[in-house]
Design a protein around this ligand. Sequence first.
Ligand SMILES: [Zn+2]
Length: 453
Amino acid sequence: MSPSKGAPRGGEPYAPGSGDLAWSARHYDLELQYRMASNRLDAVARISGRAAHELTEISLDLVGLRVSKVSLDGERRTAHAQRPGRLVVRPSAPIAAGQAFELEIAYAGTPAPRRTPWGLVGWEELEDGAIVASQPTGAPTWYPCNDRPSDKATYRIRVTTEQGYRVVATGALIEESTRSGRKTRTFECRTPAATYLTTVQIGRYMRSATTDAQVPVIAYYPAALEHRVRADLDPLPRMLACFVERFGPYPFDDYTVVVTADDLEIPLESLAGAVFGANLIDGRGGEERLIAHELAHQWFGNSVGLAGWQHIWLNEGLACYAEWLWAEAAGTGTTDALAREHHQRLRRLPQDLVLGDPGPTLMFDDRVYKRGALLVHALRLTLGDVRFFGLLHDWTALHPHSTVTTADFRALAAKVAAEPLDALFDAWLLETALPPLPAAGARTGGRRARRAR
Ligand SMILES: [Zn+2]
């Protein structure tokens, strides 16, 4: 299937089969009927989109699910075809550049995670529930979409499933009803979200909420894990306060943590939330740094999003640096000592990674996280605390619910710096050899710096 004439495809150099630059989604309205016992999904997606170029086809990502009917702009039936990973809709007449359109897509199947170079991602059955962990290309395992991080849209997600299960999905719960033993819940998300950050979590969960934090912190977890969850999530209100002071206002209305009964290899952020496996919540704060890390993604990654995966260090470097900031605020270590310890470790690892464009294979390599955080620390030592934390505040204030590139970050840093930063950024981002860290303490101090400690 060839792309529309003159229309670019390949929205994502790191995931060449994903996304389409020829159009963008404005809103997804998803109606999901899900049967837990058989893992059966029957769904309708209504997508409001806009053509960036003249379209003779509309190309969407969809994995492992079968489309039964497509209707474009109210037509009774619109021609379409499916091939692995893709749904192509063929309008009866071309859609002009700039024109808005409405797609209604009926689809069904047994959703399952997809195999990717980064492991299995997407909708996944649990022992007694389901999770969606999509980073980077798992969203098409549960709905047809334009799956590129640069294409943010608003959502309304309606999920119907057996009574007795708790459902958590992206957005605020605005409506609940029960009929014939099945419960329907509607979630509305008015802040634009990247596809990979949208989620549905289903399980036999308890709910607890903390209201003494800057925003409500809500937790869903199996009853058997209650004590462990309460103990490990106890620092979250203080983490929120710590990060608000250092990064700027929290960008969403609340923060929701789901802890599954199953073990999960890694935790994962979603829009205004995160999911942790039971193994990561030990009741002794054993993975406290990960709780800080996922929370920090709400600023870096979820609100200030990526224009493309090659800029991944902006997400992971800043979230990793937030771990070290929290360690210092919690009194378990200083940011500078942690940075120097990780610098020593990185020096002993292969230095063959280009942080500013690591390539798809290495984009989730731990060295991207640590070298990214070390670049942030080098920048802090160069700018001094007042300018550095001012930069982070400006960064989150200038690009809320938007997308950015490494060049945007460099340009903003250059504006607040007293001296050129090109040599510093080039060495950390474009060279493979690990640069030395500047000496500590030279430029720290000032009113804001003292507050930040
Ligand atoms: Zn992360």
